[in-house]
Design a protein around this ligand. Sequence first.
Ligand SMILES: C[S@@+](CC[C@H](N)C(=O)[O-])C[C@H]1O[C@@H](n2cnc3c(N)ncnc32)[C@H](O)[C@@H]1O
Length: 323
Amino acid sequence: MKDRFHRRNAAIASSLAAIVKPAAYFIILLLTYALGYLSSSPSTSASSSLSPPPLNSDITSTPPPYHYSTPDQSQLFQVTDTPPELNQFRIKTRCSPPIPHQQVRSTILQNVFNGQSPFIDFPQPHVAHLLHPKKIKGWGSNGAVFRNLVTQVKPRTIIEVGSFLGASATHMADLTRQLGLHTQILCVDDFRGWPGFLDRFKDLSMINGDVSLLYQFMQNVVSTNASDSIIPLPFSTGSVLDSLCEWGVYGDLIEVDAGHDFNSAWSDINRAHRILRPGGVLFGHDYFLSADNRGVRRAVNLFAQINGFKVKVDGQHWILVSP
Ligand SMILES: C[S@@+](CC[C@H](N)C(=O)[O-])C[C@H]1O[C@@H](n2cnc3c(N)ncnc32)[C@H](O)[C@@H]1O
């Protein structure tokens, strides 16, 4: 009898344990999830109380104005309150101090062309048959602005951002020669033109997708006897202008005439201005061009406004003038 009583108690205890154990696990699991959720997820109202970083603050040390969103809250965010002040658009990188004019040519040859002029042994046989003896086409490349500025500034170093076939570069080489200046003209261009430009320049050759613009540019420089004064820099404008800044190569006269959309013009103007010698002049083409809703003009005007320049117009060219 006693034995039967014990067996019944044991059976009740084991069925109780079978019910209570999973319930306990379930409650612990629920608590853990709730605690984790509360501690990891900032609510929308919490994020909107973040304030924008103060002006001129070190961006790395100040939390950005995030607005967290779902689903992956640690990676996806929307910036909601970037300060609108123009000061935010300034580029603040400092360049190396300017090297003397006499060192400009050797510095470029050393850093870009293994110490040798790219015109040595030009043109090679595999290129020669592609070239026109002289094919120079530009846009406003002989405008009065060039003579005016070369005469005014008497530049020892000119940087041209966007050279194409060398029309404006060879014209400036001619002008500086007439004035007896020993000027180096650095021509920054990737020499790719723009997509589809061969439709308008059908007599330039294309080999395996290469439009041979660099070689025709060099041929034009050779045919105008300017290979001692003109050096091509066949890369993107951004990378060349940053390298010149790093090497301390500054221009007395800098012409910007590469990409004509706002973003390209804005970036080129900013980068060019960093390497303008004190007393030098920054100018460029196509102030009136309608491309990108007059992107060049918007970039020039914004830059002038932020940096306290006035804009002077000479033909289709813009010139930044200190007030
Ligand atoms: C309008 S053309 C320059 C014309 C030249 N100044 C003249 O008057 O004969 C523009 C040139 O900028 C170059 N260009 C445009 N965007 C560039 C970029 N991001 N980097 C390098 N070259 C670029 C093109 O290859 C083209 O040759």
